[in-house]
Write a protein that binds this ligand. Structure first.
Ligand code: FAD
Length: 409
């Protein structure tokens, strides 16, 4: 192995190049990124970066450390446009990079509402440039009303920031229960209470019919029932689409992400990591059929390192399994989830979910614990994460819940 190429210069891509250098890999390493920016941290972009008066630099590393410590060639500002797995080449602008091992870490693009791309006042939040624009819009003198389409985690965080900045905030959600797919119906209702407790107007089961504008600036959103919701700023938080467009014709299997095997291999010498990766997570293949794709910081970081190690030495590739973990900051509190929200029973084991927390709930599938959700109880979920990773039983989880209850008293 002499040349590792990593496409996607964000969290998974950065962790990929760091991991192999830490292991002593001494071949050439090239990191290719579509954005002009050095790799930077995305979670703050929908949180502190919007709300804080003083912003901190979200970049993970200084530019000099790439050529220096890491000895990595950075190719930024141009997306890879093609992959030839037979010839083992990646096309980037007018360059053709030959690789021995390749990591695909191209993440995802924000989805938006068709037809709103050129309207002023309409925002998505995926990139640093998006966050710079949204920060200015939320803080503009005329901005009083913020409307968020989609009650997912990023939309919810932006709504919380809007309230913090003193805006009137409305969330428009197509589902009857926000986040039902991510955390289940009952917990989705609990999280909706959390918004309402902070004065956010959450409207569920509504369809966005049209975005209305005056002189190219958003003015209102018209709903399916004809209601108009006036707004100064509109944030579209309707999820992300894996960045796989450049892989057309590559022969890789693309199906809502690049599909890989349990070792993260998508083709000989080609491994996937982060938000773009879809793979069978052995820890849950008895609970959910098939493959999963995560959009969580911790998994992207972890998979990046693993995929790169496999790419430089495929003979050492092992099945990659993980307990998913994500956090989300809403208002002054924190929502955390570990595992998966599948299963046949959810039990609140601490606190009360009726008013949106604080509480901890655990998820059962068969006789296993498979998930845990905590709202404003930061010490709890990691304890359950260990049980989930160890394939422990529901009884074990209830025992832990009882121990934790006694410790809190
Ligand atoms: P990305 O970070 O999406 O990076 C992919 C990179 O690849 C991008 O820079 C992109 O420009 C580049 N790229 C795309 N196509 C090409 C191409 N053809 N050629 C070259 N480069 C290309 N997770 C949590 O667990 N908790 C949180 O609180 C949280 N908050 C978040 C807030 C926001 C606003 C966002 C956007 C995400 C948040 N996440 C959070 C998710 C987390 O940030 C992602 O899971 C993580 O960034 C994924 O890393 P990645 O490297 O796989 O992909």
């Amino acid at each position: 192995m002499t040349h590792l190429v990593v496409v996607g210069a964000s969290l998974a891509g950065l962790r990929a190049v760091e991991a192999v250098r830490r292991d002593g890999f001494d071949g050439d390493v090239t990191l290719v990124g579509a954005e002009e920016h050095l790799p930077y941290d995305r979670p703050p972009l929908s949180k502190e970066y919007l709300s804080a008066d003083e912003i901190s630099d979200p970049r993970y590393r200084e530019e000099e450390t790439f050529a220096g410590d890491l000895d990595v060639e950075l190719v930024l500002g141009t997306p890879a446009s093609a992959l030839d797995t037979g010839a083992r080449t990646v096309t980037v602008g007018d360059r053709t990079l030959s690789y021995d091992g390749l990591v695909i870490a191209t993440g995802a693009h924000a989805r938006t509402l068709p037809g709103t791309e050129h309207l002023e006042g309409v925002h998505t939040v995926r990139t640093l440039d998006d966050a710079i624009a949204l920060r200015a819009a939320l803080r503009a003198e005329h901005a009083q009303r913020l409307t968020v389409v989609g009650a997912g985690f990023i939309g919810s965080e932006v709504a919380a920031v809007g309230r913090k900045l003193g805006l009137e905030v409305t969330i428009l959600e197509a589902l009857e229960t926000p986040l039902a797919r991510a955390v289940g119906e009952r917990m989705g209702r609990a999280l909706t209470h959390l918004h309402r407790r902070h004065g956010t107007d959450v409207r569920t089961g509504v369809a966005v019919e049209e975005v209305l504008s005056t002189d190219g600036h958003v003015r209102a959103v018209r709903l399916g029932d004809g209601t108009e919701v006036d707004t100064d700023v509109l944030v579209v938080g309707i999820g992300a689409r894996p960045a796989t467009e450049w892989l057309e014709g590559s022969g890789l299997t693309v199906d809502d992400g690049v599909v890989a095997d349990e070792t993260l291999a998508a083709a000989p010498g080609v491994y996937v990591a982060g938000d773009v990766a879809r793979w069978p997570n052995a820890l849950f293949t008895d609970v959910v059929d098939g493959t999963m794709r995560l959009e969580h910081w911790t998994s992207a970081a972890d998979q990046g390192g693993r995929a790169a190690r496999h790419a430089v030495d495929p003979t050492a590739a092992k099945a990659y399994e993980t307990v998913p973990y994500f956090w989300s900051d809403w208002y002054d509190g924190r929502v955390q989830f570990v595992g998966i929200a599948a299963g046949d029973h959810i039990e609140v084991v601490a606190g009360d979910d009726a008013e949106g927390g604080p509480f901890t709930a655990i998820y059962r599938a068969g006789d296993r614990i498979v998930g845990a959700l905590a709202v404003d109880m930061p010490a709890e979920v990691m304890k359950y994460r260990r049980l989930i990773g160890g394939r422990k039983t529901w009884e074990d989880a209830l025992e832990l819940a009882e121990q934790r209850r006694q410790q809190r008293e």
